[in-house]
Ligand binder design. Sequence first.
Ligand SMILES: NC(=O)c1ccc[n+]([C@@H]2O[C@H](COP(=O)([O-])OP(=O)(O)OC[C@H]3O[C@@H](n4cnc5c(N)ncnc54)[C@H](O)[C@@H]3O)[C@@H](O)[C@H]2O)c1
Ligand SMILES: O=C(O)C(=O)CC1(C(=O)O)C=CC(O)C=C1
Length: 313
Amino acid sequence: MSDPIFERIAIVGAGLIGSSIARAATAYGAAGSVSLYDASDDVRARAEGLDLGNVTATLADAVQDADCVILCVPVGALAPVAKAAVAHMKPGAILTDVGSVKKQAAEALISADNGAVLIIPGHPIAGTEQSGPEAGFPTLFKGAWHILTPQDGKDAVYADAVQKLTDFWTALGAKVETMDPARHDRVLAITSHLPHLIAFNIVSTAFDMETVEEGEVVKFSAGGFRDFTRIAASDPVMWRDVFLNNKEAVLECLGRFSEDLAALQRAIRWGDGDFLMQEFTRARTIRKAVIDAGQDSGAVNFGRNQNGVKDGG
Ligand SMILES: NC(=O)c1ccc[n+]([C@@H]2O[C@H](COP(=O)([O-])OP(=O)(O)OC[C@H]3O[C@@H](n4cnc5c(N)ncnc54)[C@H](O)[C@@H]3O)[C@@H](O)[C@H]2O)c1
Ligand SMILES: O=C(O)C(=O)CC1(C(=O)O)C=CC(O)C=C1
């Protein structure tokens, strides 16, 4: 096996993503050693039994010798955790994160900058609805995108560190791309955040409907609704923080979504089968394009022009 990308990494937050990174970094030789810290006594105790690396009693113990510190905590916890980590990190070490929102996460990390560490936010576009250290697995990042959002105007200073992080995530099986944080947040608002919001909402609407018993919802939920319940089972803390920290982009998408939904509602009310056929047929081609592309970037023009307006509309 070739030399590890980092001699020592530290992971703060030993849940689904943190434990997956620990497993993958060891399995694929991307780190010489892994130390982990989690604020929860219970999670630390469970992580110790899972052979993820050296689980430490304090944050300082985990990060002080690390060449790269990866924050795997909910987005709302990033600012204080980054500040606490930076205080104990060695000069020249890299600080990164995996938060699902990047503009606020970058601001949280940068607010901790002491000028001695190299801050490069990141986000693996891979996950599941599970959480906790037992839920992680080493192949989670295989074939998935990992987005890095280096700070504007600091390319020269951070070039080596960006390359190291790129090599690290590539070793874990990911495809790495750099992006502006605000753009990341607009793209993820529609591809990840809105779908989760819709899933949370449809599941709660179904359980609130007076015309169906809860038992019937469970009993007859095959196919479509069942898929929504998987997404809606995702961690509430994580998703609360995503929506609180990507407010503008999510509200923008939600506005567009509500208009499109109203158009479908109108078509159903007025029996406009042609409109329904047109929309459902287009959706089917998009599904095919997404599957064909796998997790490839291949820009799919979802029948909209560059201004985001529906072609022909
Ligand atoms: N779950 C996904 O699908 C997914 C995918 C990509 C990115 N992310 C991002 O990864 C991060 C972690 O998500 P996860 O799914 O691993 O969640 P998780 O709940 O499985 O793990 C988070 C861990 O962070 C710990 N933690 C919370 N506050 C802390 C603090 N102040 N100090 C130290 N530890 C603390 C918790 O105890 C928990 O063990 C989030 O920012 C999320 O947005 C999640
Ligand atoms: O596959 C899932 O279950 C996920 O929710 C993963 C998923 C997503 O695709 O929306 C969720 C949040 C992320 O930040 C990245 C990936």
